[in-house]
Design a protein around this ligand. Structure first.
Ligand code: BG6
Length: 506
């Protein structure tokens, strides 16, 4: 289905996100002929570009643009890029923006359908929304008006509520699209399809058959050049409050009645309301935070977090968090969800492992005593996207020795499967007005309600430790202590879906 003709305005157009993600995604969509016949992109920002310079920077000099699915460089794409220089923080500039948009719509015969993408620091969200609404750029009489915003949606519970309030003073909730790029990942959406299109998994998807769920989002890179942001954020705000809780949503929600945005969002909020709040005792015992220390990786010294540029020498910002979460509802009562994320871990890998319960009476001998008795279903979100089922088979020969084997499905082997970038899917949905994959305000606030007491306790209780871990390892030494049962440890996934082992990436 083709979208209606429209104009996408990108605030923060000279920023990194626009260059690396937004323009490449839009270029792919253009090549795949998924954009409307008349679709324009207006970059807005402080840099002093004209249209041609903007086109050159975004298109000709953009190393992140690839040839795309149809393998043809879309020369015409650069012609739909325009630039408008403005001081975003100055309310008076929005009148000029409005005139510019009217002119572009008029000359190109595009209805006043405008999508405003705020790829700016969050302290500008309110100012931009106000500037737009004061100039009628929120009114939908002569075309739709949508606002897409990027995380962080607030810094804590109070500021997230305040942000919602100030956005709602300018735009209706139905006009606001909050991006969580994890929800745009093809493999994340596949969680819903795997669960709800197969009769073999869903009957087992509950506390009767699942022992625990493990979610890992590991990154091998450090904080890079983002200390200015990260020092204020830390891993709990940066990854868990949003991306990883939304992954929990996809694994744990009840079946929606249909695929409408509101049906899925209603199930999500129902689930988020069932998160068991962290008590002070839980914060002490069920949450581990860490920070990477300098070490040698493949013979090369890498910086510890405190040595990274612009990081406070005494920083207590966490670059690693592991926690145990419970969902107090009928389906998940007492099933622990172990969630872990960190920078400078051995590999960049995101995966979800569903650990099924052991058979009630295990009859067989385990080879080398190290075979998992439990079946595991692994969803590999990235890289080497796919699904893997681990189960036991008889080792050929006499007796009944059991070996664990893998049955795997890889997206890369799926004929013709091009996996679109998360931003492609989300931008296209936003252009079509489909908010299914965009978190609603109530879910964002609920997620803050869960993490806010942890942030406050970390801030005030100095006895809670920040554990060091050498860069390139799987996090603090005591991370396994979260997992219940003596034999349980975290999984150690490798880049390759079928590989695992504590040191496989080193
Ligand atoms: C961002 C975080 O939202 O997600 C980054 O701010 C993190 O710190 C990134 O590196 C991870 O995204 P992905 O898609 O590379 O897993």
């Amino acid at each position: 289905m083709k979208a209606e003709n429209s104009i996408l305005v990108i605030f923060g157009a000279s920023g990194d996100l626009t260059l690396r993600k937004l323009i490449p995604a839009l270029s792919h969509l253009y090549q795949s002929k998924l954009l409307a016949d008349k679709f324009l992109i207006l970059g807005a920002g402080r840099s002093d570009f004209d249209d041609e310079e903007f086109r050159r920077k975004m298109f000709d000099e953009n190393e992140f643009i690839s040839n795309g699915p149809e393998d043809q460089i879309p020369e015409n794409f650069r012609k739909i890029l325009y630039y408008f220089r403005m001081e975003t923080s100055d309310p008076k500039e929005y009148k000029k923006l409005k005139l510019k948009l009217e002119k572009l719509s008029g000359t190109n015969e595009i209805p006043e359908n405008y999508i405003f993408y705020l790829s700016t620091p969050p302290n500008l969200f309110e100012t931009i929304a106000r500037g737009l609404s004061q100039n009628g750029l929120n009114i939908q009489q002569r075309g739709y008006k949508r606002l897409i915003i990027e995380k962080p949606f607030g810094f804590d519970l109070e500021s997230s509520r305040k942000l919602n309030k100030s956005l709602h003073a300018c735009f209706e909730e139905s006009q606001i699209y909050r991006i969580d790029h994890y929800l745009g990942k093809e493999t994340v959406q596949n969680l819903l399809v795997t669960r709800f299109s197969n009769s073999i998994f869903e009957p087992l998807w509950n506390r009767n058959f699942i022992h625990h769920v493990e979610i890992t989002a590991a990154e091998d890179l450090g904080v890079e050049n983002r200390a200015g942001y990260y020092e204020q954020s830390g891993a709990l705000r940066d990854m868990i409050q949003n991306h990883l809780l939304n992954l929990v949503g996809m694994i744990a929600i009840e079946p929606p009645t249909d695929l409408k945005a509101e049906s899925i969002r209603n199930e999500t909020i129902k689930l988020f309301k069932s998160f068991r709040p962290f008590s002070k005792k839980d914060i002490k015992n069920n949450i581990i935070r860490g920070q990477y220390l300098s070490s040698q990786i493949l013979g090369k010294r890498v910086n510890g977090y405190r040595e990274e540029p612009n990081v406070d020498k005494n920083s207590r910002t966490e670059t690693y968090v592991a926690l145990k979460l419970f969902i107090d509802n009928w389906r998940w009562a007492d099933v622990p969800f172990y969630i872990r994320t960190g920078k400078r871990l051995p590999a960049r890998v995101t995966e979800i492992v569903i650990h099924f319960k052991s058979t009630p009476h295990y009859l067989f001998t385990k080879v080398n005593n190290k075979i998992d008795k439990d079946n595991q279903l692994i969803f590999r979100i990235q890289p080497d996207e796919g699904i893997l089922l681990k189960f036991g088979i008889k080792t050929p020969g006499s007796g009944f020795e059991v070996s664990s084997v893998n049955m795997d499905f890889l997206y890369s082997g799926h004929t013709g499967s091009y996996i679109p970038e998360a931003y492609e899917r989300l931008l296209l949905d936003g252009i079509h007005g489909d908010a299914t994959l965009y978190p609603r305000n109530d879910a964002v606030v609920k997620a803050w309600e869960l993490v806010d007491p942890v942030l406050k306790e970390w801030e005030t209780n100095r006895s809670l430790k920040v554990h060091g871990y050498p860069a390139g390892t799987w996090g603090p030494e005591n991370a396994d202590s979260l997992l219940e049962g003596k034999l349980l440890t975290w999984s150690y996934p490798c880049k390759n879906l079928t590989g695992d082992g504590r040191y496989c990436e080193l």
